[in-house]
Design a protein around this ligand. Structure first.
Ligand code: SF4
Ligand code: SF4
Ligand SMILES: [Zn+2]
Length: 290
């Protein structure tokens, strides 16, 4: 999928938005997005952080805990274990038809833990949680929950629900989500004498001196720090670093709860819905004023 270009039309944006996938694997995605502005990029970023739902443990019933760790700390740790999320099969508790505080099998998944340190001291890992749904399990089996000394036991039931990052960070589907301007580097062949000072100072190795000619070898790594322009000994620097208007690099790193492309698709769907609601409210207000 790397390097493909997708044309997306989002409600409220008058023109088409061009998205190019620069890098992608099962956890990370880096996109080049053109023909958008800062408010749009920021809306997308904020929606990913606060509105795209994912599963997390929200309630824990401790049946037995003879470890040295308090019940509350164990419950808090379980809440922070990222869970693979099946967004198509579950509803947010507040939108579920059951209208029950306890939840039903459309808005709640039960995970159980039953461990005893029979032989001696041992850690308890996230992988020891047993889920009633094989699609909603910890992203990693190796997250330590607690350490048990010999003969200590931990038995509990944990209830996971869909939630949003705006209510608690445990429901954020990403560990990183940020954007930056797309860099533009111009080197004046008339002024530049290939002294190499800009190449030496660049912390990101964006530039290279090839056959007495300065070339941009890794444009996407540029952080726009301007060190190269400041290091240029010419009165008017022979190198100019700026950025493209309305083009951004957008990066996100999933916790593993959802795939990066699903997170992006959900964020765009939510933004679209919010803009439609906003438009209908403006229309209502306008008709009230008339
Ligand atoms: S602005 Fe900074 S990162 Fe970009 S090329 Fe110049 S020195 Fe390197
Ligand atoms: S520091 Fe200035 S003159 Fe020297 S190579 Fe870089 S751009 Fe050219
Ligand atoms: Zn329900």
């Amino acid at each position: 999928m790397n390097g493909t270009t997708v044309i997306l039309v989002c409600y409220g944006v008058s023109k088409q938005v061009e998205i190019k996938v620069l890098e992608k694997d099962d956890r990370n995605m880096r996109l080049l997005i053109r023909d958008v502005d800062v408010p749009y990029m920021n809306a997308l970023r904020r929606i990913i952080l606060s509105e795209v739902p994912c599963m997390a443990v929200d309630e824990v019933v401790i049946l037995e805990n003879s470890s040295v760790m308090q019940d509350e700390t164990i419950a808090h740790r379980l809440g922070l274990v990222p869970l693979k999320t099946d967004l198509d099969s579950y509803s947010l508790p507040e939108e579920c038809e059951c209208k029950s505080e306890f939840g039903c099998n459309l808005c709640r998944v039960t995970l159980t833990l039953d461990v005893e340190a029979k032989e001696g001291t041992r850690p308890v890992y996230s992988g020891e949680l047993t889920s009633e749904n094989k699609d909603v399990v910890p992203v990693s089996d190796k997250i330590p929950v607690v350490k048990l000394a010999k003969e200590q036991k931990l038995r509990l039931e944990a209830y996971a629900r869909l939630g949003k990052g705006k209510n608690h960070a445990k429901w954020q589907p990403v560990s990183m989500c940020a954007y930056k301007y797309y860099p533009k580097i111009e080197i004046s062949s008339k002024n530049c004498d290939a002294c190499g000072k800009c190449v030496e100072i660049c912390p990101k190795r964006v530039l290279a001196n090839k056959d007495k000619k300065i070339e941009v070898v890794d444009l996407l790594a540029c952080t726009l720090c301007q060190d190269c322009a400041e290091a240029c000994p010419k009165d008017k620097p022979a190198i100019k670093v700026s950025w493209e208007d309305n083009a951004f690099m957008f990066g996100l790193e999933s916790t593993g709860a959802l795939s990066p492309e699903r997170i992006m698709a959900e964020a765009i769907k939510i933004l679209d819905k919010q803009l439609k609601e906003f438009e209908s409210q403006v229309k209502v207000k306008k008709s009230e004023a008339n």
